[in-house]
Ligand binder design. Structure first.
Ligand code: B12
Length: 181
């Protein structure tokens, strides 16, 4: 499948809860999670675009242009709590412009409060905790049209058009593909 993985942009002020004295602190670092996911999915045959929109100074319109060019089957967005509103903004725009794209949210926010994250957003599916195997299995289920209830480690909305009835299947062992000696 074609998968676009996005780390959304926020300003330093947004990141620090609009506290002006923190404006200059913007400890930019590579977000390893999205690149691990991209590498893992590519190894398993998926076509993946991965974009750190913060590092690349992209705004929401730039991101929409990139999505229009790549035309993914699935857009996966990574978000902590401070950036969740931007993830929602992008998801709303994508849902309107490209309703055929399946939206998936992952990262710290949805992992901390899975049901609430879906209730307050247009995301139909959230991945909880480590995403490599869960995302791979989720893509297989989406491609084959099999029941999402068989995918461990996700929260999802049931029903056509994403009604407000949420289901979850949290149980997922930790990813054991990486060893430190
Ligand atoms: C390194 C780090 C940073 C780095 C890099 C951030 C990053 N996003 O990678 C820097 C210094 C930039 C940073 C900044 C901030 N951080 Co920070 N950070 C961490 C830390 C210590 C490790 C993150 C990490 O690299 N993990 C390893 C990677 C491989 O895992 P991962 O990122 O979680 O990704 C995996 C899964 O989450 C999932 N996944 C992630 N995204 C997606 C997307 C999809 C589609 C799918 C399917 C799956 C998926 O799959 C990935 C692979 O398994 C965590 C604590 C922790 N132990 O996790 C805090 C943590 C994420 N940070 C936190 C906070 C609060 C912040 C800041 C708000 C601090 C601030 N005021 O500046 C900012 C927010 C920046 C932003 N734009 O979101 C909180 C978030 C809490 C919350 N409710 O969201 C955490 C959890 C620490 C804590 N316990 O409070 N942080």
């Amino acid at each position: 499948m074609k998968v676009f993985i996005l780390y959304p942009p926020i300003s330093a002020l947004e990141r620090h809860n609009n506290i002006p004295s923190y404006r200059g602190i913007n400890n930019l670092m590579i977000p390893p999670g999205i690149f691990y996911l991209a590498a893992f999915l590519r190894e398993h045959g998926h076509t993946v675009e991965v974009v750190d929109a913060e590092a690349r100074n992209l705004d929401v319109d730039n991101i929409l242009d990139m999505i229009a060019q790549f035309v993914p089957d699935v857009l996966g967005i990574s978000a902590t709590t401070v950036v969740f509103h931007r993830a929602v903004e992008i998801a709303e725009r994508v849902k309107e412009a490209f309703p055929q794209i399946t939206l998936v949210i992952g990262g710290a926010h949805v992992s901390a409060i899975p049901q609430q994250a879906l209730e307050t957003s247009p995301f139909p599916i959230g991945v909880i905790g480590e995403g490599e195997i869960t995302f791979l299995e989720l893509l297989a289920a989406l491609k084959d049209g099999t029941n999402l209830a068989n995918v461990q480690g996700i929260v999802f909305k049931i029903g056509k058009g994403g009604d407000r009835s949420d289901a979850s299947n949290f149980s997922r062992p930790l990813f054991l593909g990486v060893f430190v000696s």
